[in-house]
Design a protein around this ligand. Structure first.
Ligand code: MRU
Length: 387
């Protein structure tokens, strides 16, 4: 079966799969403006660090293309001068940037587009030329994602494979655990951590992929489950509370996760529950691998304490969504409240930070970074600048 997709552009339309309705309903919704894109990201109809950056960029591209499509004499006011273009695009980029705070990819994409805008202006180019350049750059943000995912997946898969071949009793295939959803739905295609799992499967090196349900949003049980099922990758779902038990009773060769932001020293923000898995992995001497594009590394942040952590609405931790069970042909989804009504005092951070000390390797499209002998942190500035 073909891999799932998060974003599609066809017949001049920009559409996303409404991930709130997966896995039971596949509904494409049209993104017709930058406001629609902002809302879809904020309400998590689309999620996953690279996917939200791609959608933000593509919505800007769509907006500019519409302006460029009208005849010169009818051009919108914002295309009439450099100053007007700058004011207009500055405003859109600032707005898109506020959609979700933790994933650095969104900021990296808006900064990249800002640079295209500002350098076009500094070079004295006309507004139409700069607008064309912005469209090309915005499309590149989305298009580049798939290729680099395949590269990082291969680096990560081969690195793990080489490592386990050095074990006294080398396994003939590996079991890996992942958290959240980092596959095609979270990116423009193939995925990061789930990309590594796919690569291991495609090359005959994977025994089983285990994944946590990832409460409260259930990116694991709703989205990763669907992706692995679609790709026919042998897999096992576990509840978030079962990671310790899994390590005690099963041979798990690695934990592999994605990232929303990686600080200069390697501290990594990812979906809530990642830190728990890292602590348990360290206790059980299971390698802990982070797979993410270089654009996820934020060199402006020294360590994880400076990463802004998004707090989601309390209500989201009180609700589950699904279809009635047993399902007697009622396809309609329902939301069920699992807490007493009016419950107060709910802690609902969307992400946690795994300290670099607990991370064995950080893998990007350019290769594998490990810590220097005896070090408890990474020096990613050296690596990122070298690349
Ligand atoms: O809140 P979400 O679903 O956007 O969180 C997603 C994650 O934490 C992913 O692991 C991360 O964005 C990497 S996706 C390739």
């Amino acid at each position: 079966m073909a891999p799932l997709i998060s974003i599609r552009t066809s017949n001049g339309k920009l559409e996303i799969v409404n991930q709130l309705l997966l896995p039971h309903t596949t509904e494409f919704i049209e993104i017709d403006s930058v406001e629609d894109a902002h809302d879809a990201i904020k309400t998590m109809k689309i999620r996953g660090a690279p996917a939200i950056a791609s959608l933000a960029a593509l919505s800007l591209s769509q907006h500019i293309k519409r302006g460029l499509a009208v005849s010169l004499s009818d051009s919108p006011e914002w295309l009439q001068s450099q100053e007007a273009l700058k004011k207009h695009i500055d405003g859109i980029l600032a707005f898109l940037y506020t959609a979700r705070p933790t994933a650095v990819n969104l900021g990296a994409a808006t900064r990249r587009l800002q640079k295209t805008l500002d350098s076009g202006i500094a070079a004295g180019k006309g507004p139409h030329v700069i607008a064309e350049e912005l469209v090309a750059e915005a499309n590149a943000v989305a298009d580049e994602d798939v290729g680099r995912n395949m590269e990082m997946a291969k680096w990560a898969g081969e690195w793990l494979w080489k490592r386990v071949q050095g074990y006294t009793s080398a396994p003939s295939s590996v079991n890996v655990l992942t958290v959240c959803n980092t596959g095609s739905l979270a990116t423009s295609g193939y995925g990061t951590a789930l990309g590594m799992i796919t690569y291991l499967h495609e090359t005959g090196k994977l025994q089983k992929a285990y994944y946590t349900q990832t409460a409260p949003y259930h990116q694991g049980s709703r989205l990763t489950a669907l992706e692995l099922q679609t790709l026919q990758i042998p897999s096992v779902m576990i509840c978030d509370t079962m990671v310790g038990s899994l390590f005690q009773h099963h041979d798990i060769h690695a934990v592999v996760v994605g990232a929303d932001r990686i600080a200069k020293n390697g501290d990594t923000a990812n979906k809530i529950g990642t830190y728990n898995a890292a602590v348990l992995a360290a206790r059980h001497k299971v390698p802990f691998i982070v797979v993410a594009p270089i654009s996820t590394v934020d060199l402006d942040i020294e360590n994880g304490t400076q990463i802004p952590i998004e707090q989601r609405p309390a209500l989201e931790a009180c609700l589950v969504r699904g279809v009635p069970y047993p399902n007697n042909g009622q396809a309609d989804q329902v939301q069920i409240m699992i807490t007493p009504a009016g419950l107060e005092g709910i802690y609902n951070p969307s992400f946690d930070v795994t300290p670099a000390e607990l991370i064995t390797a950080i893998v990007t499209e350019k290769g594998v970074a490990v810590k220097a002998e005896g070090a408890s942190t990474f020096d990613l500035s050296a690596i990122v600048k070298l690349l």
